[in-house]
Design a protein around this ligand. Structure first.
Ligand SMILES: [Zn+2]
Length: 475
């Protein structure tokens, strides 16, 4: 770092508490990461790791990648010593919700803690805390996220992220087209809207299309005895209306028959695992026909179980990189009214044995991956126990436990995540011409994907961030 830069940085850091180490350089300046092992998750086997490499960044983009001996570093460059480090493309979380916080009060559903913190107060908190939530994502090496459904103010959240230099890139869906009502969540701008006819579905899609969504999302809840064909017609009308405007359809469908109905209706993105029975050939064929993405969200159910049994413990990554307010609030369970958790839920958790994702979801991930379906890493962050930011490391560890190789998991979290963002030409790989979104790690993520949590620096859009500085700025 040149002296003038250092002075500027110190002044800027002191006055604005800006966590960027360096401003995005002008056209005549550059950043060089020298001597690192560069990981290319789009490649197979040994070709995925290129040791002793240099990455050169100019402005917002990567301009050169190659052996350190051949990539010339311009004199004015800011140099990051990459020796003993690994560089991966910026991570993408394909399933988050910014209107939810991840703590106990995030939204009343299986357990209702609104007597301790009213839902309106919690949502107001989440809205005003957005700048901090953006920072925890960035600090965790997550340079892009898909918010796959929330109130209409989600579109303003996307604008705020775009304006901020300390935020991930955000793709967004608006309110969910839902098969069921959830009046508790209606504060005037509900995240979930019950739709009972194809006309109503088309109307809501049009209202959302006016805000230029990246996805239209359906909450496809099907209960025994309900008319699946009638529900499928609503999903098909939704898909037609979205596709006519060139917008992709994301669907929450957790049972095999529902997921197949979603795919038959035109779903482009399944945002959860099939959790009830093993996937079959028909499912695989439908997913292939649609070229659908599949996001397993393995941690979200254990996240609830840990929290509601008061056994949720922060990981080392969460202690370092999560919003400290949320980590602290996770300890509130001991102090809140005992009737907040319905007895049947408490009993199910107590009798359920060790807390793990549903077995069938783990096996389905392996089957779907083996069949060549595109897997996207996503956490469903914002739900109870699944914290914004470092929960990506919990999710990736579970994907590895399900049988994916570290490289497959990294691919799901980068290359395939870029597809979920609809930005695969600009994001997800370390190639000249791509946007400079990178994570510099202190350990090798191809040995174990757990090492992806060893974040040393983040580069987003050509700016360098120190994760610890980002988190200190929100305490
Ligand atoms: Zn979700």
């Amino acid at each position: 770092m040149r002296f003038a830069h250092l002075i500027l940085y110190v002044l800027f850091a002191a006055t604005a508490a800006c966590a960027a180490i360096e401003a995005a350089p002008g056209a005549d300046e550059s950043i060089a990461i020298v001597g690192a092992t560069v990981i290319h998750p789009e490649r197979d086997g040994a070709k995925a790791s290129e040791p002793d490499s240099t990455i050169l960044i100019s402005g917002h983009r990567i301009v050169a990648v190659g052996p350190a001996s051949t990539v010339a570093v311009p004199q004015k460059s800011t140099v990051i010593d990459g020796r003993g480090k690994w560089v991966i493309p910026g991570l993408v979380d394909g399933h988050v919700h910014f209107f939810q916080s991840g703590n106990l009060y995030t939204r009343p559903d299986v357990a209702d803690f609104t007597r301790a913190v009213p839902y309106a107060k919690e949502v107001a908190r989440n809205q005003s805390r957005l700048p901090a939530t953006f920072k925890v994502w960035l600090a965790s090496g997550v340079t892009s996220v898909v918010d796959i459904g929330g109130p209409f103010w989600n579109f303003e959240m996307r604008d705020a992220a775009e304006r901020s230099s300390e935020a991930p890139r955000v793709a967004v869906a608006g309110p969910l087209i839902s098969m069921i009502a959830d009046p508790k969540l209606d504060l005037g701008d509900p995240p979930i809207i019950e739709i009972t006819s194809t006309d109503a579905a088309r109307d809501l899609v049009r209202r959302e299309l006016a805000r230029k969504p990246d996805y239209i999302k359906v909450w496809f809840i099907h209960r025994a005895g309900e008319d699946l064909a009638a529900q499928e017609a609503i999903v098909r009308a939704t898909a037609d209306e979205a596709h006519r405007a060139g917008v992709a359809l994301a669907v929450h469908a957790t049972e095999l028959i529902v997921a197949k109905a979603a795919l038959r209706s035109g779903a482009d993105y399944l945002v959860h695992s099939v959790m009830d029975v093993p996937v079959d050939e028909e499912f695989i064929a439908l997913a292939k026909t649609n070229r659908a993405l599949y996001c397993p969200t393995l941690f979200v159910i254990p996240g609830y179980q840990y929290a509601l049994s008061n056994t949720w413990q922060p990981t080392a990554a969460e202690l370092r990189l999560a919003d400290p307010q949320i980590v602290a609030a996770m300890g509130d369970l001991a102090r809140i009214p005992s009737d907040a958790i319905p007895p049947n839920v408490a009993r199910r958790i107590a009798e359920g044995g060790p807390i793990t994702p549903p077995d069938v979801a783990m096996r389905n991930l392996q089957s779907v991956a083996n069949a060549g379906i595109t897997i996207v890493m996503g956490t469903d962050a914002g739900n109870i126990g699944t914290l914004h930011g470092p929960s990506v490391f919990r999710e990736m560890t579970l994907m590895q436990q399900a049988g994916l190789t570290p490289l497959q998991v990294l691919r799901a979290a980068t290359v395939n995540g870029a597809r979920a963002m609809h930005r695969e030409r600009e994001l997800g790989t370390i190639v000249p011409g791509r946007l400079a979104d990178l994570v510099v790690l202190d350990a090798d993520p191809t040995m174990s994907v757990d090492n992806a949590s060893r974040v040393y620096r983040i580069v987003k859009d050509g700016r360098v961030y120190d994760p610890d500085v980002l988190i200190r700025s929100i305490r």
